[in-house]
Ligand binder design. Structure first.
Ligand SMILES: Cc1cc2nc3c(=O)[nH]c(=O)nc-3n(C[C@H](O)[C@H](O)[C@H](O)COP(=O)(O)O)c2cc1C
Ligand SMILES: [Fe+2]
Ligand SMILES: [Fe+2]
Length: 408
């Protein structure tokens, strides 16, 4: 666990977590941070007491003491979001202190009671404030369905700091650099992709609500954005606001100038055509990423397709349907409501085909509204004439992709 001073009277405690499936399902290759914030006036508040979730409150208490906070003197627990990655500390804290007040929205209050059995709760609404003394005044701003219905921003007026919880967060463990102005160019790129991974894996289903939260952030004068996961933005908080605005468009079909090849093959027939397509993309100077299912994690698959302006789906027929690992991947993208992607599919079959039918069913059922270039299906190994067709359609995809490209 690391402690950092964000501003006078405001500290961050942050911990890297590596060995979990996030939300019980996402295999996050580069880990995640859990960030807590402590604001000290005459009274002390802790925002998103995440740490202790793993049962090590002692480490937390020691760290608090090192920044001059006696854990027993914490007056307020501010729960921006009830998901246990942000609130897991409540039960541990209860063991050492009797009288503290939890501050949260009405929707969170119901959950605080049902998850932790707590009832000393002050429910806050848009614009309510809490004066901690010594000039530190917090205000509260609900941003419903930024992940869960209960979520809110907490804003500190004196330092103009937005504690944004899941909003503006990123996956990826932090080393020594936790502020945007400390990050090396490589770390900036790392956190951009980890931001995309986070947005696409966890947040993208709620894109309409995230857009409202972006608008709400714009109504506040912000010097610092301090999220619940990932780096703190103090030099250029506008960057992460702009990034999230762009990600919200990726959710609806825009993307980087890149192609995602989402593919799977049982005996290498479809794979032969994938090799051929790679040759075309290289020749045309188009950046691409190959995602082979089921070998690749869903986390990487969703993030890669999400950020790409063009998608090539390569998969054969299996038991009269689409090769199941690729069908499962597309279903996952549908559940995440990743819509409007420009796509092209090809694949091998043995006798009857059937993959194409299921592909269309997945698109329909999930209302994905992807824009497809006509598919190419071939019997057995791809023949010269199949490859010629595939090449023409890949070139068509590359041309049409330009309309979808949205770069920083
Ligand atoms: C388990 C299994 C199920 C299959 N089911 C079908 C099918 O229902 N209809 C069909 O036309 N071909 C079917 N095939 C044949 C494959 O589509 C064919 O072998 C194709 O070339 C596989 O491409 P791949 O080598 O890229 O996996 C099946 C093959 C396997 C191994
Ligand atoms: Fe969350
Ligand atoms: Fe979270």
């Amino acid at each position: 666990m690391k402690k950092l001073k964000i501003a006078d009277g405001i500290h961050m405690l942050t911990m890297n977590v590596d060995d979990i499936l996030f939300e019980g399902m996402w295999e996050i290759a580069n880990g995640v941070t859990l960030n807590s914030y402590i604001v000290q006036g005459d009274k002390t508040a802790i925002i998103d007491g995440v740490i202790g979730w793993d049962g090590v409150p002692e480490t937390l208490y020691k760290n608090l003491e090192e920044i001059g906070v006696e854990p027993k003197n914490i007056n307020y627990l501010i729960v921006n979001h009830m998901e246990p990655d942000h609130s897991g500390w409540i039960s541990n804290f209860r063991k050492i202190k009797e009288d503290f007040t939890i501050i949260c929205t009405d929707k969170a209050a119901k959950m605080v009671a049902s998850f932790y059995g707590e009832d000393n709760i002050r429910i806050v609404k848009e614009g309510d404030t809490l004066d901690l003394g010594k000039g530190k005044v917090l205000s509260f701003h609900p941003v419903p369905n930024v992940h869960w219905p209960d979520t809110m921003y907490t804003y500190e007026r004196d330092t103009k700091t937005l504690f944004s919880c899941d909003m503006f967060g990123a996956f990826g463990r932090m080393g020594d650099h936790c502020f945007d102005d400390d990050l090396t160019p490589e770390e900036v790129d790392f956190f951009e992709f980890e931001g995309i991974r986070y947005y696409s894996n966890v947040m993208t289903t709620f894109t309409p609500s995230l857009r409202k939260a972006i608008e709400k952030a714009k109504t506040l004068e912000i010097n610092i954005i301090a999220p619940g996961h990932g780096p703190v933005y103090r030099k250029n908080p506008q960057k992460i606001i702009d990034d999230y605005t762009r990600f919200s468009r990726y959710a609806e079909g825009a993307g980087k100038n890149e192609v995602a090849i989402l593919w799977g093959s049982m005996y290498g027939m479809t794979a032969k055509a994938v090799d051929y397509v790679e040759g075309i993309l290289k020749r045309e100077g188009v950046k691409y990423n190959k995602i082979e299912m089921p070998q690749e994690s869903d986390s990487e698959m969703v993030a890669t397709v999400f950020k790409s302006a063009g998608v090539i789906i390569a998969a054969p027929t299996y038991e009269y349907k689409l090769f199941p690992p690729v069908a499962a991947a597309l279903n996952e993208l549908g559940r995440k409501r990743i819509t409007g992607k420009l796509a092209f599919r090809f694949g091998s079959y043995g006798w009857s085909g059937g993959a194409e039918k299921e592909l269309n069913e997945i698109m329909e059922r999930n209302k994905m509204n992807w824009d497809f270039i006509e598919s190419v299906e071939f019997e057995g190994a791809p023949k010269e004439e199949d490859l010629i067709k595939i090449e023409a359609r890949v070139l068509e995809l590359i041309k049409k992709m330009r309309e979808k490209v949205l770069e920083p």
